[in-house]
Design a protein around this ligand. Sequence first.
Ligand code: ADP
Length: 429
Amino acid sequence: MSEKDFEPLPSEEAIHLNAMFEAAIDGIIIIDHNGLIERVNPAAARIFGYTPSEIIGHNVRILMPSPFRQEHDGYLRNYLSTGVRRIIGIGREVKGLRKDGSIFPMRLAVSEVKLADRILFTGFIHDITEIKEAQAEIQALNSDLEKRVEERTEKLAEVVNRLIATNKALEREVRERKSVENALRRQEKELQSSLEKEKELSELKTRFVSMASHEFRTPLSTILSSVELVEAYVKESQQAKRQKHIDRIKESVNNLNNILNDFLSLSRLEEGRVITEPESFDFNAFCEQVLDEIRLMLKPGQNIHHEGLDEKLIVHLDKKILKNILINLLSNAVKYSPEGSTVYCRVNKGETYLQIDIEDEGIGIPEHDQQYLFTRFFRAHNVENIKGTGLGLNIVRRYLDLLEGSIDFRSELGKGSVFMVSIPLSGLE
Ligand code: ADP
């Protein structure tokens, strides 16, 4: 019997190990110190596309693609002489070469087995082709996803930008529309106010025509009858009567003149055509001139008392406007006062104002009428027999507005009135 025939039976543990080796899902290859394959399990042979017997005894290099194939011997030698490990005891991802020449990724863990007389190396091989493929697929999916996200983001940004631009355009349009609307509204207001002015003016003209036709009739018929009488009084002895009628004619013409003046002033004021043209002059001398004109209108026994300023008072004002104001107030004072009464014209210079008070001892203004005094065409109830247009005070107030001045009054029925005018001293020099 040969020695071989008496080989001891393998132990149970060895049987187990062998079964595990053969049945392992991962490949196991055992090589010697020269790299020659000593043992290989079915899984390892399958991974590389061989049968175990095809590779046993071959250098493990045949399972490696270039450049590892050429370098493997060197690695092995190097390790055996220096002990510096490159793969032994360390798991690694490497490439494997199948029998059909295809290369695949695998995870390789090599361990060193030191036997009593020699060294073996065991390689555990796990084919990671599927993992790699899945990884690659995931990566591809991922990058596709990323690309799509990028594309979407780009598109979204584009949409957002377009929205922002549209928004801005809309905002601009809203602004433009608003400004157009405002302009239209302004125009409408202007149109409305000019229409109202136009209406007022035409109303004023209508009222004037009715007032004038009424007021003109009396002086005109007086003139006509007086002219006829003047013609008739040809004798020397009739000279006094003749003169009386000439005076009547003069008075009537004056009356007509006053009415026309009032109307002209008012229509010029209404149309905004009155512009102040200030000039420098002595107010005292000016006042005297105006009073001289008024003196011509005085009724028998009437007189004007002027309480002026002691010294010269040079003012810088519109002379025509000022004259119009004073003539209006003074002629009212004379007109609405009885014969033999006195009209007072008092001038005072305050800190910031020039104050002119015109007082009379006339018929006064009924209390109830006083609130309407500065309204156009308004005439108090106690002046029926006295000629007038009801425009003078309205004109005075408007003229004072132009001078930035003001007017006030006090009146007592049957006793008299006082009109107080204030003009800012800014016009003084
Ligand atoms: P007119 O004198 O032409 O009627 P005014 O506008 O000057 O118009 O005056 C308006 C009205 O105010 C007068 O009709 C009159 O009733 C009243 N009035 C003005 N001044 C006086 C005055 N000094 N005394 C009394 N009444 C006056």
